[in-house]
Design a protein around this ligand. Sequence first.
Ligand code: ADP
Length: 250
Amino acid sequence: MIVVEDVHKHFGGFHAVDGASLTIREGSITGLIGPNGAGKTTLFNVIAGVLQPTSGRVTMNGEDITGLPPHTLFHKGLLRTFQIAHEFSSMTVRENLMMVPGGQAGETLWNAWFRRGRIAEEERALAEKANEVLDFLTISHLADEKAGNLSGGQKKLLELGRTMMVDARIVFLDEVGAGVNRTLLNTIGDAILRLNRERNYTFVVIEHDMDFIARLCEPVICMAEGKVLAEGTLDEIKANEHVIEAYLGT
Ligand code: ADP
């Protein structure tokens, strides 16, 4: 689904991504692991259009998407989750979900005045969708809670929920497990598995929690020093001497 070919990303003289090539299979939950500073987040940001690569190519289903901006990729169904921005923390969980799909009527005075019926209809459809998402993620009880009051794990579920408000096809998740308790991490894992199986989402997940990776991810890709070191099942990766060396060397 996604093919990354010889991508480089330099910051000044520093090669954060140094000739990375990999393939993301449609329907997979691919894990991206590697020591700190390996270039995982930078590569994510290049694929998701947040950063321009210095060189190299990224294609999605054969189409060159190298350097396309995030909103263009968003319309193609490629999403990278982001932490809930500060300015949205005083909005409720439901409001955070409902504001995701851009471009609905109601954004201009013209629309507000002349097409009130249509706006109401769209609002209703959005509200219905938000309810469905809340239900799917088992967070209906948090619908009217301000996003800023959520725990770290609940915020991650909301981030995932935001991808469900549009028709995402491939979602990039950065460190889902950081600072999240085990119970909530399992809930997040369940949601990812269900989205993968029932809604045909493809996922690429950067994660340090090996239990989480073991439960969800195949294949696992290991990066170090800006390059892809190995790809395989987690057991194969753990047994790979280059991988062991990379982790021990840090
Ligand atoms: P990982 O996600 O694997 O921990 P990163 O992609 O975050 O690795 O970082 C790879 C390297 O690139 C790190 O050494 C980091 O300091 C550096 N780096 C990341 N972003 C920038 C930037 N905007 N400017 C300069 N160096 C950066």
